[in-house]
Write a protein that binds this ligand. Structure first.
Ligand SMILES: [Zn+2]
Ligand SMILES: [Zn+2]
Length: 440
């Protein structure tokens, strides 16, 4: 225990939590700015009037304890950040090895989407090209095998193409999202293929209502011995299906739903689903959706409750709640560190005030645990360290125990990470790939 202070708020603390301007302190202002002190992520709170005097006069500030600081910080009306946070950089802790591979068979093909195949530690990847070919690329032995060809009437290649591969590498989904927002009549469509047989097993459609503004909600998960798929079947509806047959196993009749299962009451918070992800323990579905305002809304609920106890869980179940809401902002990357911790990009409350950061949440309590300034919006993957890419084509790695940047690889900007081979992949075009691997 250090020295005890008596703050201006008259509460005793072992250290001062921060400073707030006299107007916020006296409750004469509610709107405030977070003004970085230059020391890591520490900031003081000042009101708009004080902001106009910031460069001209010494502001009248009060030292307050953690509780009083948090009260003003969370109950007031946050406008924006002023200045920049800082973080420590400990270079040369890790070393990267690079390998460049040219695949002659891909020199004249346009790769529309690519994802790692995780069931082996080899460098295997699934590729969807501009001719509709779904292929298995093995960069360890430079081979490429055709899985199937998907016709244009099933996947419109004028849209944004994404592919999603199940963790067990038994299924792949290919999605095409409309780039147009014409009278809200855009569309999202897709197919699911069995990766062993190459057969198309399921067709996907999310309808045509405001589908261009969020990613197609789709995720595979493991239920004991089987792979299942969660996917949007309408603008406001998610379902679970068996990807082997396409049979819906979360069948429910919306006209006869019980009153507690209605959407849009206090707990649901998501009207339009977005990018889905499943926690590593297969327990939680994380939905990066939005609702009218518009307000971005990252929500989550229990997959096992939905599958085993309550068919309405995805709509308004007791396990469903919001984690983050941001005005006019959604679709930023996030990743799970483990079954209990979610890491979300961006600190702030509104499109206009979000700064680069990694924000950690406890999935069980739904509380923010901590945040670290610095990580850019780009690649955002966690494997002991958080790896991010930035607009200057650099790869960084961050130690989330203290927020320090521990890697800065200039000029290497991978698009993908293979979690079993632990390779970062950067595609240069014309069949040329760069693989990067960290040496611990
Ligand atoms: Zn003030
Ligand atoms: Zn206090």
């Amino acid at each position: 225990m250090g020295i005890m202070y008596r703050s201006d708020c008259q509460h005793i603390e072992s250290q001062h939590a921060g400073e707030v301007c006299v107007h916020l302190f006296d409750g004469k202002a509610e709107e405030f700015y977070r003004c970085f002190t230059g020391e890591n992520k520490q900031y003081n709170l000042i009101c708009p009037k004080c902001k106009t005097y910031l460069e001209k006069f010494q502001l009248s500030m009060k030292k307050v304890c953690l509780d009083c600081f948090d009260k003003i910080d969370s109950n007031g009306d946050f406008f924006n950040f002023i200045g920049e946070p800082s973080y420590d950089y400990s270079p040369d802790l890790y070393h990267f090895n690079y390998q460049e591979i040219t695949v002659p068979a891909l020199q004249h093909q346009y790769i529309m989407a690519m994802q790692p195949l995780l069931y082996t530690s080899g460098s295997q990847w699934i590729i969807f090209d501009g001719l509709g070919n779904l292929q298995l690329l093995d960069l360890s032995c430079n081979t490429i095998v055709l899985i199937n060809q998907v016709s244009n009437d099933l996947i419109d290649k004028a849209g944004d193409i994404h592919i999603i591969v199940s963790n067990e590498s038994d299924y792949v989904a290919i999605i095409s999202r409309s780039r147009l927002m014409k009278d809200t009549k855009d569309w999202n469509k897709g197919v699911v293929l069995d990766l062993i047989s190459g057969e198309i097993t399921m067709l996907l459609s999310r309808g045509d209502y405001h589908t261009a503004v969020s990613e197609f909600p789709i995720a595979f998960f493991r239920d004991e011995e089987r792979t299942l798929i969660i996917h949007a079947t309408n603008w406001n509806r998610l379902d679970i299906s068996d990807p082997a047959t396409g049979i819906v196993i979360s069948e429910r009749e919306f006209n006869t739903r019980p009153t507690e299962a209605w959407r849009f009451n206090q707990n649901t918070m998501t009207e339009f689903s977005g990018r889905l992800s499943v926690s590593p323990n297969q327990q939680w579905l994380i939905d990066d959706g939005w609702q009218w305002g518009p307000v971005g809304c990252l929500s989550l609920f229990s997959i096992s409750r939905w599958l085993n106890d309550n068919v309405w869980e995805a709509d308004n179940g007791p396990s469903k709640s919001k984690l983050v809401m941001k005005n006019y902002f959604w679709g930023a990357p996030s990743c799970c560190l483990d079954g209990d911790t979610l890491c979300v990009w961006g600190q702030g409350t509104d499109e206009k005030n979000i700064i680069p950061a990694a924000v950690l949440f406890d999935i069980n309590t739904r509380e923010q645990i901590d945040w670290f300034p610095g990580p850019s919006r780009g690649l955002f993957v966690y494997d002991q360290l958080l790896y991010t890419t930035d607009e200057n084509d650099n790869l960084s790695a961050w130690d989330l125990s203290n927020g320090n940047r521990v890697v800065l690889e200039k000029g290497f900007s991978p698009q993908l990470y293979h979690a079993t081979s632990r390779q970062f992949l950067s595609y240069q075009g014309k069949g040329v790939f760069t693989l990067g691997q960290i040496e611990f």
